[in-house]
Ligand binder design. Structure first.
Ligand SMILES: Nc1ncnc2c1ncn2[C@@H]1O[C@H](COP(=O)(O)OP(=O)(O)OP(=O)(O)O)[C@@H](O)[C@H]1O
Length: 454
């Protein structure tokens, strides 16, 4: 068997009529196909030029699913499109779970097949670019890399250890950029489900209709443009963990459907009345006050209670001051590794400034700040002048209710603002929390922190 250098599409099917036709179509569509009629050969044919594999599940030699298993393990960025006979629906589901990019049922429409092939090829190119970028940014924080020096973070890590192995739903709350996604990942890694997928859905990222089909999947023809059946993220996360980020933005009319999943582990694909069962653990995160959303009628109370089995509050960076310098040093270390350089250091004046800053964008802002400061600093040492413009711009861009730092320390401004608000609300903490746009619990915490008497 000759392994052609330029073939970017492998067509594996034992039906010579189909492969003959596909070869002609593929060439017309700009692909350089190579044909095989045996499962065993597929893996040997893969070369750096391969962009897509079209795989029939029923072939002599190694079974299609075995080939797929090896393919997704050894070549995770290589999309495989599965061809199945219509009676093999359960095999198609297995194939999707094994990591197939898509599947088509025979007999298929060639224009539909090539639309999928082109999409897969594009995805392959993007995935490659993405993985290079990911390596550059190194944005996945391994569990051992989590910085937890402050007592509040240590308590949090302790809670994570205790609840990770439970099946219960977890609600992660905290401001944007505090590390909720990182903690969701850790909960999954420490659970018995870690051999299965952690599937993330960002609720505000998609318009309502797309979000619904993204979560629950749809049948062919369920809505205009639903050309074929699609498996939803809930199904993909089966036996693993589903992480719903920004759950506060889940549209009201989708909330009962999620409630059903939480209560009975049941749901329907769009366009189908067949009940599907799922074995999934759900972790959700929000930076919004869900109790406030319940009051305003945009979040269901029954869903909130189902989600709020274990609530983990990830503290804002300003509330874990002891972590600030270690987080900066870790960020600088990672930046240096990426650049193949020595890590920059931070002088005393700059450290003081970092410790006093109010960090509206939390750890994400800190990482960005270190990136810029280390690029522009002199003698590989970050000094106050490398930070000052960034601190100003982040307070200007930040939340509008953050007063200008001016000559006052942030802590003094925060204390003053809390005292004045409490006085204006005749000492009513719940009212003050609403006026300040923070949780009532935060009012109590801040009163304790600044020794404000009730
Ligand atoms: N304690 C920590 N130790 C190490 N890295 C951290 C820590 N907390 C946060 N980070 C890092 O900060 C960045 C932002 O974290 P993450 O994306 O998890 O925040 P988030 O709360 O999910 O934000 P958003 O609400 O905007 O989605 C990530 O690069 C993450 O690795």
């Amino acid at each position: 068997m000759k392994k052609p250098k330029q073939a970017n599409l492998i067509i594996a099917d034992d039906d010579t009529v189909i492969t003959g036709l596909l070869e002609i179509h593929a060439k017309k569509q700009g692909f350089q196909p190579i044909i095989t009629h045996s499962g065993d050969e597929v893996l040997q044919l893969i070369s750096p030029a391969t962009e897509v594999v079209l795989l029939d599940l029923n072939m002599p030699g190694m079974s299609g699913l075995e080939v797929l298993k090896k393919l997704t393990k050894d070549h995770p960025h290589l999309p495989a499109i599965i061809l199945t006979a219509s009676s093999e629906a359960s095999e198609a589901v297995t194939a999707m779970k094994l990591g197939a990019y898509d599947y088509l049922t025979k007999p298929f429409d060639p224009s539909e097949l090539f639309a999928v092939l082109h999409k897969a090829r594009k995805m392959r190119q993007l995935a490659e670019e993405n993985s290079t970028l990911k390596e550059m940014i190194n944005d996945t924080t391994p569990v051992s890399d989590i910085i937890a020096v402050s007592p509040s973070m240590q308590v949090l890590l302790d809670q994570i250890q205790k609840i990770a192995s439970l099946e219960a739903t977890v609600l992660l709350t905290g401001e944007s950029g505090v590390g909720k996604t990182m903690i969701a990942r850790q909960l999954h890694q420490l659970s018995q489900r870690n051999q299965h997928a952690l599937v993330t859905v960002s609720c505000p990222a998609l318009p309502r209709e797309l979000l619904e089909s993204e979560l629950f999947g749809h049948e062919k023809g369920a809505f205009t443009g639903a050309m074929k059946k699609r498996i939803g993220k809930i199904e993909m996360a089966d036996k693993g963990t589903l992480f719903l980020d920004e759950i506060g933005d889940l549209p009201l009319d989708l909330q009962p459907k999620l409630l059903n999943v939480l209560q009975d582990r049941e749901y329907y694909r769009l366009g189908s009345e067949r009940i599907l069962k799922t074995d999934v653990r759900i972790i959700v995160a929000t930076n919004l006050d869900l109790e406030e959303k319940i009051e305003s009628g945009s979040f269901r109370e029954d869903l909130y209670y189902r989600l709020n089995v274990f609530q983990l509050v990830v503290p804002a960076l300003r509330e874990r001051v002891q972590c600030i310098i270690p987080l900066c040093e870790r960020a600088l270390q990672k930046i240096a590794e990426r650049r193949g350089d020595r890590a920059a250091s931070i002088n005393k004046e700059a450290r003081d400034m970092l410790l006093e800053y109010h960090w509206p964008g939390n750890v994400r802002e800190l990482e960005n700040m270190m990136e810029r400061a280390s690029a522009f600093c002199q003698n590989n040492t970050i000094s106050a002048s490398d930070l000052v413009s960034q601190l100003k711009s982040s307070s200007a861009e930040g939340e509008s209710n953050q007063p200008n730092l001016g000559n006052m320390k942030w802590a003094d401004i925060e204390k003053l603002s809390l005292e004045q608000t409490l006085a204006a609300c005749s000492g009513n903490k719940s009212k003050a929390a609403k006026v300040l746009g923070i949780a009532e619990k935060s009012v109590y915490n801040k009163m304790k922190k600044y020794a404000i008497e009730s």
